[in-house]
Each structure stands twice: as structure tokens, then as C-alpha cells.
Design a binder for this molecule. Sequence first.
Ligand code: NAD
Length: 510
Amino acid sequence: MTQTASDKAPLAPATSTTGHPDTDRELLSCHDPRTGELLGEYPVHTAADVADAVARAAEAGQWWAALSFAERRQHLDQWRRLLLHRQDELVNLISAETGKPADDARLELVLVIDHLHWAARNAARVLGRRKVPAGLLMANQVATLEYQPLGVVGVIGPWNYPAFTPMGSIAYALAAGNAVVFKPSELTPGVGHFLADTLAQVVGERPVLSVVTGYGETGAALCRSGVAKVAFTGSTATAKRVMAACAESLTPVLVECGGKDALIVDSDADLDAAAQAAVWGGMSNAGQTCVGVERVYVVEAVADRFIELVTARAGRLRPGGEPGADLGPITLPRQVDIIREHVRDALDRGGRAVVGGPESIRPPFVEPVVLVDVPEDAAAVTDETFGPTLTITRVADADEAVRLANASRYGLGGTVFARARGDELARALRAGMVAVNSVISFAAVPSLPFGGVGDSGFGRIHGEDGLREFARAKSITRKRFRVPLQPMTFDRGSRTVRRLMRLIQLRYRR
Ligand code: NAD
């Protein structure tokens, strides 16, 4: 269905976000990447619109923050049930805007629901007011800690998981008591509106979550709008621009960026399971997954067999536009050029394609490409390809695999297939998250923090850390009774601090 700024359909963006009339407004068009069909037109919100949205969110946020954790949980639980009730609409919208197969969109919905449930259920435990030990020196004090909401959080999202990825920030920020202004990717504005519209239904139309649409300038305006924090998910290059804009007003940022995740196959690994994981991790969602597998390091002793298994599995996959296709199109048209360039460069530099090749690139679709013997400094090994491609490199042992895997400026996720040394290798990988003998499973464990190191960003979504990202610690001491030793007053006697020193010596000398 085509939506325009003047439509009255529930997903039509019209004036709902900012209250400004949309006549004469620049519009962005949203297309189905499988067919090119126009899906909708959305306003390109200006800095004034963004300021307006943030001001309205701040007001709604005061109401939201004043609710108890239990009351917020009720609303978020209701939202979760509504999302499940309207799951078909959301799944269709995700598929239409990204081109991904229906089951991949359903998987995204499953993750959204699980995380939303976890964040709502655990916010009180993680953030709520509690007593903490006051310690020896302040034994006469009651010390309490709580995590208070920041205010309005700006969330800037990508298109590859247009619901799951931003919800990693949105659900946790809301559960922590913040209001959110969300700037979805220009490729997936409808999903953003769907999320905001459904939450609006359960909070009496208050803009606790509102959406601004547009390109990079709208995102930059959100960074400069005075929000209390920006949670950005997208490319490393854009993250630097986001940080520069946020630096102007000392606005804190959380940045979740790209990756070049490695999968390590040790000599004692279950090779069939490793091949299955490498192919799914590398090819699902047409390789457009921040924590997708892009590089494989396999121990020489099992390399031939592993490559055979990967070749057989990857060679069977077919991209297409139908809901049951193995993989969909490349959502962002210009990404096709990067994929083509990585494959061409790898082959020019001595690499060999064991599945596919340059002919696999038929925009908007890319068939699986598996490359071997690619030099470690080729772009296909060093840069994010974001397509259904894998490089497989033979290594002498798992330690060499770890060394090569870690020689990347990225450090988002990782995978290890090994029997004896699984945990040890996982701990040695320079990455925020690692799955042992499965792939990407950490993203589906809501209690595990998600985020990277190096060019993959910093800060954490999901889990307890993900809740605390959107709250500030508030520490309070309350004096219960007066003690004779009072070192923090000008009325202290001359011996007070010396007595204190003796006490400290007795307590901590050994
Ligand atoms: P992108 O960086 O092009 O855009 C991300 C968002 O930033 C979009 O909403 C865009 O409009 C906005 N934006 C662009 N310029 C801006 C500016 N100057 N100021 C503020 N906002 C601006 O990324 P993308 O192509 O949408 O997404 C793909 C990238 O996201 C990949 O690198 C992928 O690895 C990464 N990603 C990371 C994670 C993670 O959790 N680490 C998850 C999903 C995707």
C-alpha cells in the first residue's frame, strides 16, 4: 500500500510527530527493495520539527517518569501484547521496507518481544532504590542508590533490523523511565511509526515514544536538540559525525556500529554444525547483520572438510523476493557496489571463489559468495562487506585464528566452534560478545549486554548494563546518629584525624 503525507491510514506519518502541518514539506520516499514499489512518503523533519518533538516528549516524559516501575511495566506489557496481536502487520512492514523474507522478519519480532518483556520485568530490580553498605568510616549513615531516568533519549537507528536494533535502546530506555524520540533509517520509517503508534495506543496517545523522519540532517538535529542522551546504531563513519554533533552540547552517546565478525573452527569442532553456523551467520538477512559472520578461520587439519561442507550448504541458497526465499535483496542499493568491489579485489589478489563469484552480484540480489585464499589485508577481510559473502582462511592452530581474528579495527561479536578450548578461545577474542558452538545466540539472551569495542563502538544495550545506559546513578547518604569522631567539620579537635588514621591503620594495614 502506498502511503502519502496526506493519507489518514494509521501508519501515515502526516502530522503526528511534530504537530507542524505537512504542506510544502520535503518528503522522503520509501520503496520496497525487492520490487521498487513506492511504500510511502514521509516528512523530512527539520531542526525545528525535531525541537518540537523533543519538547513534547519532555512533557510526556515527566508523566512517564513519575509512574512507578510497576505502572510502567503494565504499559510496556500491554504494548508487547498489542505488538503480538498485530504481528502480521509488523512482519509485513519489516519485509516490505527491508526486503527480508517473512521468517527473518518474524525472527526479528520474536527478539523484540523477548527483550521488551525482559526490560519491563527487570527495570525495578536493576534500577530501583536500594540500600548499599555505608562502610566503616560512615557506619552512622544509611546509603541508598537508585538509577533515575535521564529525560528524553534520542534513538537513531539503522535499516537492517529496523525493529529489533532500535528496540534494544527504545525498550530499555522506556523501561528506565525515559521518553524517546526515535529517528529511524530513511529506508525504514514505516517500522518506526508502527512502533510509536502502537505504544501511543496504550499510553493514552502521549508521545512517550515519538518518531522524526528524514535523512542524516534530521539525525544530526536530534543530536543537537538537547536530548539527555543519544543512542546511535549504524555505521562507524556516521557514529563519528554523531559524536562530533553531540560533543557541541556535551550530550552523552552510546554507539553501536559495524563489525567484521570472525568465526573460528578448531580441529575438534563439530564441523557440520560449524558449517551450518558459518553459512547462516554469513548469509542470513543477505549478510546484512552487524554481528553476521564475515570471516572464518579454520584449523588446517579440518579445513578441506569444512570448506566442502560450507560449499555444499551455501551453494544451495537462493536469493529472491518471495516471502519464502532463503535471502532477500541488498536493501541499500549502494551497498551492492561495496560487495562487488570486495569480491573483485579479493579475486584480483589471488583469492578463489568456491561458491559464486562476480556473476553472483545481480542487483538488487546477491547470491552467496565464499572466498578462500584471500590475503589478510584485502578489503574483503578488513572492511565490513555487509553482503552474503564469507572469506575462509586456513590457520595452523586456534591461537593463530585468535590472533588474526583480533587483528581488526572492529570488535563486535564472534563465534568459536571447538570442543576442548571453546571458552578459552571465546575469552581471548577481542569482541563484546562471543557464541561458542552456536552463532549470534548472545543477541537473543536479553540478560546479556550487547555492544562492541574499537570501531564497533562503545556502551551496551540489553541486560542490566543496557538499562543502566539510560539512567543516572543517584547516591544519597542519610545520617542516622551522631558519632564522636567528626573529621569533616572545622569544629573537629586536633586529635580527630589522627584517631581516624589509627583506626584505618588497624583495619587496613594487613
Ligand atoms: P548509517 O550510519 O548510514 O545510518 C544510521 C542512521 O544514522 C540512519 O538513521 C541515518 O539517517 C542516520 N544518520 C546519517 N547521518 C547522520 C548524521 N550526520 N547525524 C545523525 N544521524 C545520521 O547506517 P545504516 O546503513 O543505516 O546501517 C548499517 C550499519 O549499521 C552497518 O555498519 C551495521 O553494521 C550497523 N549496525 C550495527 C548494529 C549494532 O548493534 N552494533 C546493529 C545494526 C546495524
